[in-house]
Design a binder for this molecule. Structure first.
Ligand SMILES: [Zn+2]
Length: 90
């Protein structure tokens, strides 16, 4: 039993970034920490499909949150100007 199985386990978002959690929704990218500019709250985002996982949300479960909804439906194309990457390498 050398396998490390991460299942039914709520990973802190920092740990999720370190371990490299693939997006459960599309499987095409890693989840990374972002925050809304000017605000402190971070969330995990898949840059590929724009799925959002909020802190404390189970990363082994698919999410219903999308970036545009999360930001309150801003005009198309402006979502990425409203958020910024949180440096994972500190
Ligand atoms: Zn995705």
């Amino acid at each position: 039993m050398n396998e490390t199985v991460i299942i039914n386990y709520r990973l802190p978002e920092e740990l999720a970034v370190i371990k490299g959690i693939a997006c459960l929704h599309c499987g095409q990218d890693w989840l990374r920490s972002y925050r809304v500019k000017g605000k402190g709250n971070t969330f995990l985002l898949c840059a590929e499909c724009e799925s959002v996982w909020l802190p404390g949300q189970d990363l082994t479960q698919d999410t219903d949150d999308y970036l545009s909804e999360f930001l309150g439906d801003p005009p198309t194309g402006s979502q990425w100007d409203m958020i910024e990457r949180v440096d994972d390498n500190k």
